[in-house]
Write a protein that binds this ligand. Structure first.
Ligand code: ATP
Ligand code: MG
Length: 373
């Protein structure tokens, strides 16, 4: 069983359906993204996709794209319903991502003990990481296979490891309740949930086996995951994302958010841009992100004694001008944008558009692929 399947089991409402079209729904803090895929004669087809900015739902007069939102469930449902209608979504099976902002993912080191005792030990240890009573969260966990260590066994020396790593995912029950309220209003015959990190992996990976760092630059936060052989080795989330850069420009330059958003997308990390003031604000805002990214790389390479071979960028914020190039040159690691749509067949004339939109749709496409790959 894959890690994704294990973690999608975290929710009790999981149902499977026999229909062959699936819609992946990524409810981000600034926008909702959907993608509908279908299997036809063994091929995966992209049937439709679409996005709606949530800003205007938060603030009817002044809401803008890129703005962080925290919508009441009724309004969120309305936004999603409108999007499903506009994008012509017909699938009856919906898959919804749970943001890593509302879930907690961490790796525990526990003693090497009997499988039966493990559940109790994990729960006990997890308590230290979870800031609310365990009764308020749904918990799932998965033992991370040990990295291959051939040497000792080959020599016949048995050196038993004393600790094992366990990947734990905790989601607040109120988050699940919120999604349940939302999906009740939709016309789906089946609904399943998945923590977004795992959807992003499915949407971005192309059978990579050597270590890859996946970086999701969202509006509200940035998540970094190191994956090797399909297994999560490191996970780190920063609660400042691309919207923070827009707010910094808004405040420092005393301009409206909308103008700051346009400026951000224009200037980015282009050192030679004529607007040096904006460049400096963006550059300073990202310093912390780059050093956190570096820490994850160093941590992984130290603990696993092998290099990260590639960085895959997802999320709208990754499209900041010169961001990809900066990442690549800072860590000297090949860096690419996720291209989730390449996993499905679509009309040729859409190729350019889909490649551009790819990073933002990695989660939605990854969700829709859950039952198709
Ligand atoms: N071309 C671009 N250049 C710079 N930033 C961009 C560009 N396009 C989109 N963004 C930024 O990307 C962010 C939106 O990305 P995304 O849709 O991945 O976030 P989200 O899923 O809503 O947020 P989160 O995952 O944090 O909940 C916004 O902050 C937006 O300003
Ligand atoms: Mg997102």
């Amino acid at each position: 069983m894959s890690i994704q399947e294990t973690l999608s089991g975290i929710f009790s409402g999981l149902m499977t359906s026999k229909t062959d079209a699936y819609v992946g729904i990524d409810i981000g803090s600034s926008s909702i993204k959907v993608a509908q895929l279908k299997k036809d004669k063994g091929r995966i087809l992209l049937e439709t996709y679409g996005e709606v900015a949530l800003g205007p739902y938060q603030d009817k007069e002044e809401g803008v794209a890129g703005q962080l939102t925290n919508l009441e469930v009724g309004v969120l449902t309305e936004a999603l319903k409108n999007l499903l209608e506009q994008a012509n979504v017909t699938a009856k099976s919906g898959l919804i991502s749970v943001s890593s902002a509302t879930s907690l993912i961490f790796i525990l080191k526990v003693p090497h003990i009997d499988q039966r005792e493990l559940a109790g030990v994990v729960e006990n240890e997890a308590r230290k990481y979870i800031p609310v009573p365990l009764s308020e969260v749904s918990l799932d966990w998965w033992v991370i296979p040990e990295r291959e260590s051939y040497g000792e066994e080959d020599l016949g020396i048995s050196k038993k490891k004393t600790e094992i790593d366990v990947l734990v995912a905790a989601v607040r029950n109120e988050v699940i309740d919120r999604y349940n309220t939302l999906t009740k209003e939709l016309d789906f015959s089946s609904v399943a949930y998945e923590i977004e990190t795992f959807s992003a992996i499915r949407g971005s990976f192309k059978h990579e086996l050597s270590p890859v760092m996946l970086v999701d630059v969202g509006a509200s936060g940035i998540r970094m995951t190191v994956i090797e052989h399909g297994v999560v080795r490191k996970f780190r989330a920063l609660n400042r994302g691309s919207a923070f850069l827009t707010s910094s420009l808004e405040k420092s330059l005393e301009i409206p958010f909308e103008e700051a958003e346009t400026l951000k997308r224009d200037v980015g990390l282009d050192k030679g841009h004529k607007n040096q003031e904006a460049y400096n604000i963006i550059n300073t805002g990202l310093n912390y992100v780059f050093s956190e990214m570096q820490n994850v790389v160093i941590d992984f390479e130290r603990d696993y004694e092998k290099p990260i071979s590639k960085i895959i960028l997802t999320g709208g914020g990754a499209r900041l001008p010169r961001f990809k190039e900066q990442v690549e040159s800072r860590y000297n690691i090949t860096t690419v944008f996720a291209d989730p749509f390449s996993k499905a067949l679509s009309p040729d004339f859409l190729d350019g558009v889909l490649e551009q939109a790819g990073p933002e749709f990695a989660i939605a496409v990854g969700l829709a692929l859950q039952n198709l790959e």
